[in-house]
Every structure is written in C-alpha cells, then in structure tokens.
Design a protein around this ligand. Structure first.
Ligand SMILES: [Zn+2]
Ligand SMILES: [Zn+2]
Length: 337
C-alpha cells in the first residue's frame, strides 16, 4: 500500500470508531500534504529529515509514511484493523454481505466533513457497488442545506465522479416541511436517483401533525426512503432526544402501499426505528433500506450495525432494497414519478 492509502485508511477507521475530530484531521492533513509527492521523493525526504518538518506531517504520520515506504502495513494501521469490530452474529454478517450500497450519505457540501471524493474512495475501499450522495435541503440552514442552485451545481460534480467501479448516485436528504411537502423543487427532484425524506424540525409536535407530515412525504412520488423515522437520539455527543409520536399503523400501511422504504439508520446514536416499530413495519409489509447516514468516510463502515439490527429483527433480505441489483433499485426509485 502507498503511504497515502495507509494514512487515508487510518483516518477512515478513526472516523468509523468516532474518534475525536482533531485526531482524524491530523491524518487527513497528512494525506493532503503528500498527495502529489511520489514514493522516491518521499523516501529521499524521509532520509534527509525534511519530511518530518513538512507542514501537516506529525510524528505519527511520519512513522506511518516511513513504514508504508518500507513495504509493510504500518503498525498503527494494523492495530486499528485488529481492533475493528465485526457484526457480532452470523446472521448479521450474512446480511451485511448481501448489502450492495448505501442510500443516505453526506459531504462537506452540507454538514458532512469531507469532499465527495473522499466518500467515494471510502465506499470503494469497503467494496460498495454504489453510493447515493444525499446532502441536506435548503430548510436545514444549520446543516448548510443546498439551495436549488447549489444542488444543480452538485449534480455536475456527482456525474463527473460517477464511474463503472463504484456508481455515485445523485440524491438528496430532503426535509419534510410542516405541511408535509418536500423542501426542494419537483423539477430538480426529478433529476435525482434517490430521495430520502426526513423530518428535522418540530419533532416534538403532536401525533396528528407528525403523522400528517409522514403521510405527505410518502404520498410524494419522488420519495424513495423515509429517513430516521422517529428522529430519536439514544447516545453520543449531541445528547439524547425522545422519539416523535405518530400513528405507526397508518404510516407503515401507507409506506407499504406506496412502496416507500423505511430506513434502518445504522448510526449508533440513532438506532432508528426502535425495535417495536421495526417489528410493526415488518408486519405491515414495508420495504427497508439499511443506510449509514454517513457524515464522514469512516461512518460508511457503520453499515454492519444496521445489518445486525435488521437481522436480529428478522427483516427478510428480499425486502431490503439495498440487496437488490442496481438496475432494479433504480427502476424502483423512479417507478412512481
Ligand atoms: Zn437527517
Ligand atoms: Zn442524514
């Protein structure tokens, strides 16, 4: 492996383990610092000591670069690999192996931490067949949601990064507004492959309002997936938040009827939907999408946690849209438009 690959994988693994951002950034800075330097040049600079004085290269990064140049796996990377946790059950591992991609991810265009390129690179490392880029919509100002103009601009960037090895699908995580409509122009939504509709505001509103908003989102022919349906937070830096209350029988019946998938959000702080609602959605005949809601490359590897929950709940794999071949998936996301 090249020193750049070793540093990038370390940053990715630290993110997956949700390490402190400054530790992750140190390795990302090191990747950038040596991005355009060839191995021979790096060796020469390591030998004469100038590499260690290069801006962006700390002691640990220098050690990783040096060991990668010697041809082995750097010790620090090996330690992180050894510590990596796999899904704990056979059923979870088996389901994870069936998952082809991820329909809910963010980049620095909204509130993610890295360029789209880094997300694509990580998805490739993980062997994903495709990734939908779903940055936020204008209503979510705190997350730098994309205006119609910026989303239009992003579509060209996404098209340029799409390739045969790892398909990058244009998408959006669109806010479900208080009247149940989606927060982006329909003509623009028409150009996207994946529309994840999520509630991010007034999550404590009464049961009647939340139900109406979810039903509105499901009724919109652009919607493919309902993201983190209860909005709950069960752990993590942002603290906890109770789940939104809604008429789950009506909402899951409507989703099953429309063929809209209920997201199984893999993030440890979300674990959404909760077990009881997941069981109810299975019984209602819903489709599901196991997604990471990644805001950094390392988060893409959280998919195993979602697979573990889905397997434990007994979600039939045929009803998980991300196990389907990509052409079938795209036929499904465009079916109601
Ligand atoms: Zn969200
Ligand atoms: Zn999201």
């Amino acid at each position: 492996m090249t020193p750049q690959e070793a540093l990038a994988e370390i940053a990715f693994r630290l993110e997956r383990d949700r390490a402190e951002p400054f530790r992750i950034q140190a390795f990302r800075r090191a990747v950038a610092a040596i991005a355009d330097i060839g191995d021979d040049q790096l060796r020469a600079r390591a030998a004469d000591g100038s590499l260690g004085r290069t801006k962006g290269i700390g002691g640990r990064s220098l050690e990783v670069i040096t060991q990668a140049l010697e041809g082995g796996t750097p010790d620090y990377l090996q330690r992180l690999r050894d510590e990596a946790e796999a899904p704990s059950s056979d059923a979870g591992r088996e389901l994870l192996s069936l998952l082809r991609g991820d329909l809910h991810t963010h980049s620095e265009w909204s509130d993610g931490t890295t360029p789209i390129e880094s997300m694509v690179e990580a998805a490739r490392i993980l062997g994903r067949e495709y990734l939908a880029l779903t940055d936020h919509s204008p209503n979510l100002k705190v997350a730098n949601g994309l205006t119609a103009e910026r989303l239009t601009e992003q579509l060209d960037v996404v098209a340029a990064l799409d390739g045969p090895g790892m398909r990058l699908l244009p998408g959006i995580e669109v806010d479900v507004l208080e009247d149940g409509t989606l927060d982006q122009e329909p003509a623009l939504l028409d150009r996207l492959d994946v529309v994840v509709a999520s509630l991010h505001s007034r999550l404590r509103a009464d049961r009647h309002e939340i139900t109406a908003r979810l039903l509105g989102a499901i009724a919109d022919p652009h919607t493919s997936v309902i993201g983190h349906i209860t909005g709950r937070l069960v752990e993590g830096r942002r603290g906890t938040r109770p789940q939104s209350e809604f008429d789950s029988a009506r909402v899951f019946a409507a989703a099953a009827d429309a063929g809209v998938a209920i997201e199984i959000n893999s993030r440890p702080e979300r674990q959404d939907p909760p077990d009881d609602l997941l069981a109810e959605a299975i019984a209602a005949g819903c489709l599901f999408s196991i997604d990471t809601d990644a805001h950094a490359p390392g988060h893409l590897d959280l998919l195993g946690l979602g697979a573990e929950r889905a397997a434990a709940a007994g979600v039939p794999s045929a009803r998980i849209v991300t196990t389907w071949p990509l052409d079938e998936l795209l036929t499904w996301t465009h079916a109601r438009r």
